[in-house]
Design a protein around this ligand. Structure first.
Ligand code: GH3
Ligand code: MG
Ligand code: MG
Ligand code: MG
Length: 311
């Protein structure tokens, strides 16, 4: 890249480089029946650090997109054999939203009204051929910036700020999908720290926060094939694959033991903490039914002696 004119500043260059670096490893697909067009666009996209794939017609492009969900950018021509650009965009949008795959429609000059139609069918932007390299660069970068921004916002919306775990909102959305599609393949565990109030009373709220962060790290590293979320103040949920309650109980027992043996650190002070666990199969009709079942088991664990697992 040549940075010229009045934009020739250090800050501009740094910003451009960091935007370009976000494209690194990002996959783009060019759907165009013209070999020359594909070659021109490939060269520019590679300069923008994309990994580039090519399709010669709409159908081939659709098959590639279905096979490769990692593709994040589609540049599609309008006039192509087997399936034109509009049909391709319509078909792709059935399964891939604007926040998941960016699409830029392309067509030759004199194609009046095509840009509006492309966008109506779900393209994020449009380019008229032949285009200036600078316009191509700007539109691709702007489209990718929007995609990245949406990904960042989603990440913020789905995560708990203190622990970095998924939050209750994400957990509930995910559980709704699980209960709708494969309710008999998962088990839910609710974990609640024992006498946490006493830790806050002794070490202050900030001290309590430190314990919560360390507890979350331990959960995340112990249940690495599960969805782990913070669903309340000192309450966590683990969605485990499989519906065998005794298997789930064994993993939770192992974790309960590891947790009880962990030294939590608040500055240079070491302390111990325990937790109680309630387990339920996800074979109920609604999320509140599953939660109620796990919560009842958790209540029994608290009633029993705490520091134990109940089904
Ligand atoms: P039990 O064994 O019955 O669960 O006792 P407990 O003291 O853990 O239960 P209780 O529900 O009475 O208290 C939970 C405490 O967790 C009270 C609340 O102040 C604290 N808490 C909730 N959210 C946070 C947080 O984000 N940070 C800190 N430090 N404390 C929190
Ligand atoms: Mg064409
Ligand atoms: Mg508690
Ligand atoms: Mg609680």
């Amino acid at each position: 890249y040549v940075i010229k004119d009045n934009r020739d500043s250090y800050l501009y260059a740094i910003k451009l480089v960091s935007r370009l670096l976000r494209n690194e490893g990002c996959q783009a697909l060019i759907a165009d029946d013209s070999m020359i067009s594909r070659a021109v666009m490939r060269q520019m996209l590679e300069k923008q650090l994309f990994t580039v794939f090519e399709a010669q017609d709409g159908e081939q492009a659709l098959n590639m997109l279905n096979a490769k969900p990692e593709i994040k950018l589609l540049l599609t021509d309008y006039a192509m054999p087997t399936m034109d650009g509009f049909e391709l965009v319509k078909a792709v949008r059935n399964s891939r939203g604007r926040d998941d795959l960016a699409i830029i429609g392309l067509s030759g000059a004199g194609s009046h009204g095509l840009s509006a139609k492309f966008i109506k069918y779900g393209a994020n932007d449009f380019l008229t051929k032949p285009f200036m390299n600078e316009e191509f660069h700007c539109r691709v970068m702007q489209t990718m910036d929007q995609l990245n921004l949406i990904a960042d916002i989603k990440e913020y919306a789905h995560r708990d700020f203190l622990t970095g775990l998924y939050n209750r909102r994400y957990f509930c959305q995910h559980m709704d999908k699980v209960l709708k599609n494969k309710p008999d393949q998962f088990t839910l565990a609710l974990l609640d720290l024992d006498h946490f109030k006493a830790i806050n009373d002794e070490y202050g709220h900030l001290g309590g926060d430190k314990v919560l962060s360390q507890a979350a790290e331990l959960l995340n590293s112990s249940f690495n094939h599960c969805l782990v979320a913070r669903v309340g103040g000192e309450e966590f949920a683990v969605l485990m694959p499989g519906n065998d309650l005794s298997v789930a109980k064994d993993s939770c027992q192992d974790f309960r033991e590891r947790f009880a043996n962990t030294q939590f650190m608040i500055q240079d002070q070491a302390l111990h903490c325990t937790l109680s666990v309630g387990i339920a199969r996800c074979d109920k009709a609604t999320l509140s039914d599953v939660m109620r079942a796990a919560d009842n088991a958790l209540y029994q664990a608290k009633e029993a002696q705490r520091n134990c697992v109940m089904v």
